[in-house]
Design a protein around this ligand. Structure first.
Ligand SMILES: O=C(CO)[C@H](O)[C@H](O)COP(=O)(O)O
Length: 221
């Protein structure tokens, strides 16, 4: 299977995790696009969705799903989203699609996070993929200097997030302590969100591979 076929297979498998009658959380990215399409074809009874981006909301609405503002709900049963990298402890780098802040908010509201990804996303140690950091525009320069002092090489992405902020993609980090680095970067004034998901990890991983979809559950989930 090529990469897109792996994404599609993982996305289709995730439909089995959707709980009928409950608000569904939906992330962002090309794998999630496959999930939205599979969901639309499944005919499940889903009262509404909350989504992590304007892009996903639009795709969901075009397929007949109702979108709610997360402020209108108390929690989410299942949240389905992709990842840029995921390690054996289910820590993730996310934000390649620029939706990391809303993704982290929805993940924090969810009882279960189902991660869907192609096989290339499974890594031993996080950090080959540049770590996205969402930043308040007036703080970009100051935050970039702080990230350099931490050993990273931040590159400003030519992109504005749905929240009106900027993204620094931090290259050259070898992330041995994901939770520690997430905490440390969160302390930098001007940082909105770090694309490290080590405090709120995935609970289930559906990984598309040449041998089919490999399904695993985090040990303490
Ligand atoms: O974090 C994300 C968006 O902010 C995505 O989940 C991540 O970039 C993976 O994307 P794709 O499914 O296109 O490979």
């Amino acid at each position: 299977m090529n990469q897109n076929e792996q994404k599609k297979a993982a996305a289709e498998r995730a439909v089995a995790y959707v709980e009928e009658g409950q608000v569904l959380g939906v992330g962002t990215g090309s794998t999630v696009d496959f999930f939205i399409d599979a969901l639309a074809g499944a005919g499940l009874r889903i009262p509404a969705c909350v989504s992590s981006s304007e892009r996903s909301s639009k795709r969901l609405q075009e397929r007949g799903f109702r979108i709610l503002d997360p402020n209108e709900i108390d929690g989410i049963g299942v949240y389905v989203d992709g990842a840029d990298e995921i390690d054996p402890g289910f820590n993730m780098i996310k934000g390649g699609g620029g939706a990391l802040t809303r993704e982290k908010i929805l993940a924090s509201m969810a009882k279960k996070y189902v991660c869907i990804a192609d096989g290339s996303k499974a890594v031993r140690i996080l950090g080959h993929f540049p770590l996205p950091v969402e930043v308040i525009p007036m703080a970009v320069h100051a935050v970039a200097r702080r990230l350099e002092a931490m050993g990273g090489r931040p590159v400003l992405r030519d992109f504005t997030t749905d929240n009106g902020c900027k993204i620094l993609d931090v290259h050259g980090l070898f992330i041995q302590d994901p939770a520690g680095l997430e905490r440390e970067m969160n302390q930098i004034p001007g940082v909105v969100t770090v694309g490290l998901f080590a405090q709120r990890k995935a609970d289930v991983l559906l990984l598309g591979t040449d041998e089919g979809v490999v399904e695993s559950t985090r040990a303490s989930a």
